[in-house]
Design a protein around this ligand. Structure first.
Ligand SMILES: [Zn+2]
Length: 71
C-alpha cells in the first residue's frame, strides 16, 4: 500500500518499517509538526484557559456574594 506524503506529496510505502508514516521521512514529519506550531492551527490550552478565566470571573462577582442571602 502506498500513501502520499502530506508534506512533499511523494508516494511512499506504508509499512511498519516506516516509523514516520504517513510521511516519507523524518524530515517531512518534522516540517509538518513545525507548521502546526507556527500556524497555531489548534492550541488546545488557549480556549480552555479563557473559559477558566470566565468561570473565575463569575465566581468572584460581588453581586452574588453568599452573605447577601442572610440579610
Ligand atoms: Zn515527504
Amino acid at each position: 500500500m502506498k500513501v502520499a506524503c502530506p508534506t512533499c506529496q511523494k508516494e511512499s510505502e506504508w509499512n511498519s518499517d516506516n516509523s514516520f508514516r504517513p510521511f516519507c521521512c523524518e524530515r517531512c514529519k518534522l516540517i509538518d509538526l513545525g507548521e502546526w506550531a507556527n500556524e497555531s492551527k489548534t492550541i488546545p490550552g488557549q480556549p480552555s484557559f479563557e473559559a477558566a478565566e470566565s468561570i473565575e470571573d463569575l465566581g468572584g462577582d460581588p453581586g452574588i456574594a453568599p452573605e447577601d442571602r442572610l440579610h
